[in-house]
Design a binder for this molecule. Structure first.
Ligand SMILES: Nc1ncnc2c1ncn2[C@@H]1O[C@H](COP(=O)(O)OP(=O)(O)OP(=O)(O)O)[C@@H](O)[C@H]1O
Ligand SMILES: [Mg+2]
Length: 140
């Protein structure tokens, strides 16, 4: 029998000052639960990038984190514009971030590649005009 803890967050789309709050909250919770620090680091990086993407590219969204004995699953769901070409979006350095966002230090085109790198499994479900759901697993 495996217990499942779930954390849920709403990410506002227009507030850069609050971007990253959900991922730091999860980081703290996992620390208190005594989760392996390497796994926490990977969760924090991958989730932060997904959270920022929601703010920058999708007008916000909802995040669900499910923790079991052997896995941490992060589900990032938004109702933004969707990603027309996922393969292209996954390329290192590819970004559609506007200039004002780049001036804040975002838009290097590193987020999605890093989410893939730091998770054990990543799936992108997206439809133009409907939204995007990114599911990542970090094994414990
Ligand atoms: N949730 C999303 N909704 C719509 N488009 C997205 C979403 N996430 C990513 N994208 C698209 O994929 C591109 C690449 O994303 P990625 O996170 O790799 O780079 P970035 O966000 O532009 O820059 P960085 O993450 O380095 O600050 C984005 O520029 C955007 O066009
Ligand atoms: Mg990004």
């Amino acid at each position: 029998m495996s217990e499942c803890l779930t954390f849920e967050y709403q990410v506002p789309g227009d507030d850069f000052t609050r971007a990253g709050e959900a991922s730091s909250s999860v980081k703290n919770k996992l620390k208190m639960m005594g989760v392996d620090s390497g796994a926490i680091r990977r969760v924090a990086i991958a989730m932060y990038e997904g959270e920022i993407n929601m703010v920058i590219h999708a007008g916000g969204g909802a995040i669900k984190v499910m923790v079991t004995d052997d896995n941490i699953r992060i589900i990032l769901a938004d109702t933004g514009p969707g990603i027309p070409d996922v393969e292209k979006a996954m390329q290192l350095g590819y970004s559609t971030a506007p200039e004002e966002v780049r001036s804040l230090g975002f838009g290097a085109g590193m987020g999605l590649p890093n989410m893939k790198k730091y998770s054990d499994n990543m799936q992108i479900d997206t439809e133009v005009g409907v939204g995007t759901t990114v599911t990542m697993d970090i094994h414990l």
